[in-house]
Ligand binder design. Structure first.
Ligand code: APR
Length: 248
C-alpha cells in the first residue's frame, strides 16, 4: 500500500462528489498480474520478437502460424494469471460510485474476471477467435493439426478476435466509449502509454468536455502534462489506496 499523503486532498474531494466516472486502462493495469506490457521486452521463447511486430495484419499474412502460436502462448499466460489489487479496486469503485464506465485496451479479460461490469473492450479479447476472411466469431472447430485452424464455415484461417495495429476498432465499441467520455465528469487513464490511437485521444476528449483527468502510471506519458492529477506509481498500489481513503 502506498503512502496516503501522496494523494492530494482536492482529488479525494472530487472523487467523493463525482457522478459519472470513466476509467480507461491499458497493459500496465495487468502488469502486476504478471502479464507483460507491450513496451516491455519479451522473455523466453518470444524474446527475439517485438509485440508490435507480431500484432499486425502484415505479420499474420506473412506467418500466420507464428502469430497464432504467440496468441496461444499469451492465452495460456493470461488464463493462469489472476486479477491484481488494481483490478479489484476498480470493481469496488464501480460498486461505490453512482456510475463508472470501464473502457480497456487490454485483451486479457482480467477486468471481467475480477468482477467489473459492462467492460468496453476497445481492442477485443484474445480468448475469442474469429475467421480472418469473413470475420465471424467461431467458438469451436473440428480437431486438426493445422496451425492456425480453419474456419468451419468458409475454410479461411482463424485468428484471435483482437484489433491489430493498423486495423480499425469496431465502430459501435468506439461510439459507446466516446459517448461515456463526453458525459463523464471525471476520467482516469491508468497503465497506458497513451501512444496508440484512438484510445489515446479519449482523455483529451474528456478534457474538452470539461472533465477532471487523473493519470496513474509509474512513468510520464504524452498525457501527463495535460492531466489535472498525475499519480506516479503502480495501479495495484494507488487504486486500493484511493478506495481506502475515500470509502473507509
Ligand atoms: N501500474 C500502472 N501503470 C504501469 C504499471 C503498473 N504496475 N506497469 C507499467 N505501467 C505503464 C507503463 O509505464 C506504460 O506507460 O503501463 C504502460 C504500458 O504501456 P503499453 O505497453 O504501451 O500498453 P498500452 O498503452 O495498453 O498499449 C496500447 O498498443 O500494442 C497495442 O493493442 C495493443 O492495447 C495495446 C495498445
Amino acid at each position: 500500500m502506498m503512502n496516503d499523503e501522496l494523494i492530494p486532498a482536492e482529488l479525494i474531494q472530487i472523487l467523493r462528489t463525482a457522478r459519472r466516472v470513466v476509467v480507461s486502462t491499458g497493459a500496465g493495469t495487468s502488469a502486476e498480474s504478471g502479464v507483460p506490457t507491450f513496451r516491455d521486452a519479451q522473455t523466453g521463447l518470444w524474446a527475439r520478437y517485438k509485440p508490435t511486430e507480431l500484432a499486425t495484419p502484415a505479420a499474420f499474412r506473412r506467418n500466420p502460424r507464428l502469430v497464432w502460436e504467440w496468441y496461444a502462448w499469451r492465452r495460456e499466460l493470461v488464463t493462469k494469471a489472476a486479477p491484481n489489487p488494481g483490478h479489484l479496486a476498480l470493481v469496488q469503485m464501480q460498486a461505490l460510485m453512482p456510475e463508472l464506465t470501464l473502457i480497456t485496451q487490454n485483451v486479457d479479460g482480467l477486468h471481467q474476471r475480477a468482477g467489473s461490469q459492462q467492460v468496453i473492450e476497445l481492442h477485443g479479447n484474445l480468448t475469442r477467435t474469429k475467421c480472418a476472411d469473413n470475420g465471424y466469431l467461431v467458438d469451436s472447430w473440428p480437431p486438426t493439426e493445422d496451425v492456425p485452424p480453419h474456419c468451419p464455415h468458409c475454410g479461411g484461417l482463424l485468428r484471435p478476435n483482437v484489433v491489430w495495429f493498423g486495423e480499425s476498432l469496431p465502430e459501435e465499441t468506439l461510439f459507446q466509449a466516446r459517448a461515456a467520455v463526453r458525459q463523464g465528469d471525471l476520467f482516469f487513464s491508468i497503465g497506458t502509454s497513451s501512444f496508440v490511437q484512438p484510445a489515446a485521444s479519449l482523455p483529451f476528449e474528456a478534457l474538452d468536455s470539461g472533465a477532471k483527468v487523473v493519470e496513474i502510471n509509474p512513468d510520464r506519458t504524452p498525457l501527463t502534462a495535460h492531466a489535472h492529477f498525475a499519480l506516479y506509481g503502480k495501479a495495484g498500489e494507488i487504486l486500493p489506496t484511493l478506495v481506502k481513503l475515500i470509502w473507509s
